[in-house]
Design a protein around this ligand. Structure first.
Ligand code: SF4
Length: 74
C-alpha cells in the first residue's frame, strides 16, 4: 500500500501552524504559514515520515491516501 497523495484536510480542524510536521519530515512538509506539501515531494521514499507526521499533528489535519485513492486513509 503506497502513499500516492498527501494533503491538508481542514474539514474538521484548522492547521495551527505549529511546525511539527516539518520537524518530523521536512522532505515533504513545510509550514510557511499553514502547512503545504512540497512540490515534487517523493512520497514513496518518505512513507514512514509522512505517517509519523500525520500521527504527530495535534489537530489531525494531515491526510494521505493509498494506491491512487482519493479517500483519506488515516
Ligand atoms: S503538524 Fe498539523 S497543525 Fe502542525 S503545522 Fe503540520 S499540519 Fe499544521
Amino acid at each position: 500500500m503506497a502513499i500516492t497523495k498527501v494533503w491538508l484536510d481542514e474539514s474538521e480542524n484548522e492547521c495551527t501552524m505549529c511546525g511539527a510536521c516539518e520537524a518530523v519530515c521536512e522532505a515533504v512538509f513545510e509550514v510557511p504559514e499553514k502547512m503545504v506539501v512540497k512540490e515534487g515531494a517523493d512520497f514513496a521514499a518518505n512513507e514512514e515520515g509522512i505517517k509519523e507526521a500525520a500521527d504527530s499533528c495535534p489537530v489531525a489535519t494531515i491526510a494521505y491516501a493509498l494506491d491512487g485513492s482519493e479517500t483519506r486513509a488515516n
